[in-house]
Structure formats: structure tokens, C-alpha cells
Design a protein around this ligand. Sequence first.
Ligand code: SF4
Length: 311
Amino acid sequence: MQPGYIQAVEQNVLSRRIDKAGKWASNCCLCPRNCRVNRMEGELGFCRTGALAPVASYNLHFGEEDPLVGERGSGTVFFGHCNLGCVFCQNYDISDNQSRHQEVYPNQLGFIFMELQKKGAHNINLVTPSHVVLSILQGLKEAAGQGLNIPLVYNTSSYDEVHTLKLLDGIVDIYLADSKFFHPEPAKKYADAQDYPEKARMAIMEMHRQVGPLKTDEKGIARKGLMIRHLVMPDNLAGSKEWLEFFADNLSRDTFINIMGQYRPAGYAHMYPELTGRVSGDRVMELKQKARDLGLVNLDERESGFFKLIY
Ligand code: SF4
């Protein structure tokens, strides 16, 4: 089996990236929030995360896309808190519930990665990783020395800075990238992140530059590449057609795209009448046809709503 990238990364390269991430965390510019707090000294910015990573849970997970799950499951590590904070967060119980988080040191995170590999996970799936890139790199350094060799999945909202993603170049094998809001107005209203559309588009293009379209092994298990998720929103709040046009114009036409119809009102969605609706199956089918018409040929064709975002 072809190993993941991490075994090919020299320890001194990893150390230099860790140093850079630590410097950025000391005056935090790791994500587009650009809070400029010193997380190494315990100051907290938007993500409420200091120097250590909050881990909500880790386990083999069978609710992700087929190429990630295979027969043995995806080794998910759910990080607590988030740098985006959508009011309708579909993982609200995890992202916002501090009592479910445990802060872990780098050696503990490395241990978690190794545990998941020993359990047979096809990959290490880092869920909501953007604010904990420093901890991830530190944990990988620990685990790489212990033989971690399965692909790393960066499972992100795409509210990422390109300069931070470059720290992961040659380390992350698979990017699993959300495409949430295409337009600034809903991004501002529902996540207080007016720049999300611009930042996410640049981030997705950088991810595509690093790993290209999805490659799988002979059993259909993901080895490398970009996988896109698009959660269709009520009232077209996500700008679905515009996203599909963006993908067709800027990414390989064989980029894996999962158009998801399982939106449900969660978190604070009840405070926004327009977020309390659902998305019809017909709407999802219409968008899938739109994608095909645009020449996008690698759509996740499972029935919409088949899989859950979390366990
Ligand atoms: S990672 Fe957290 S502290 Fe740093 S800029 Fe982003 S939200 Fe702010």
C-alpha cells in the first residue's frame, strides 16, 4: 500500500513548519479572523482555543463519503470549537459544548492518531482543524516517528488562510472542503464572516493546487486529492449554482463533489425563520443535474441524506 505523505516528510521540515505555526499562533493569524492574540500565553481569540487542541471525541466513523470509509472506517478526530461558527452548525453539540472537550498535549494527539491507525482506520480525518493546525503538526511529528502511515484528511469549513494551508503542503493527503456561502451577505449574517466567500474560494484553489483531483486505490479507498462538500441551504442561502459554476471554471472537472441535501435547523437556526426550513430532494436533484450540465463528472451519487455529518 502506498503510504501517506507524512512518512516522506523530513523531521526538520516538520520542525520548521511547527516553528512557523507557533510564531503565527503567538500573534494569531492562523485563520482569516486574524485575531492577533497570543495563544501561546493563554489569550483567546474568536475560536476560544489556546495553545492546546480541544478534542471532543475520536473513533472509527462510518458516516463519511464512501472513499473515506471503506470497510474499516475513517479515523475521525473531532476538534472542539471552530473558527467559523455558523449559527446553524450541524455539529453544534460538538463545536459549542465545552464540557465535551478535553485539551490534549501533542504527545496525546500523536497517541490518538496511532490508536486510530491500530484500530484499522483507512485515514486520519481531522474534523474542524483550521484553528488547531499548530497542534496537528506537533501531533503528527510525534506519530510520524511511531510509524503513522495512513493518509491525513483535512476536513475543513474552508475558512482557511492560504499561508496556513501552505504549512500542510506535502503533509495533508486529502482535503475534504466545505463550500458554504458563495456571497458575503449570508456569510456575514450567519457566521459573522463577510470575507468567507473570498477566503474559501482561495483556500479551495490552494488545496486543489496541492493535491489535485481525488485518487483512489484499487478498492476505491481515497489516497490523495480534493473532495468538495456542498450543503444545500434553504432559500438558496449557500449560492449553490454559483459554487458549481466556480468549481467548473476553476477546478478539474473530475473533482469529487458531494452535493448534500441533509440540512436541518440546528444550533441557533431557530432564531432565523429562513433557516428553519428543509431542502427538498427535487432541489438536490436539480443541482446535481446542473453540475452534470457544467461538465462536473465526479459527483457523489449516493442518495441525498444517506449519510450523517456526525455519528
Ligand atoms: S485561529 Fe482562532 S485565534 Fe487564530 S485568528 Fe483564527 S479564530 Fe483567531
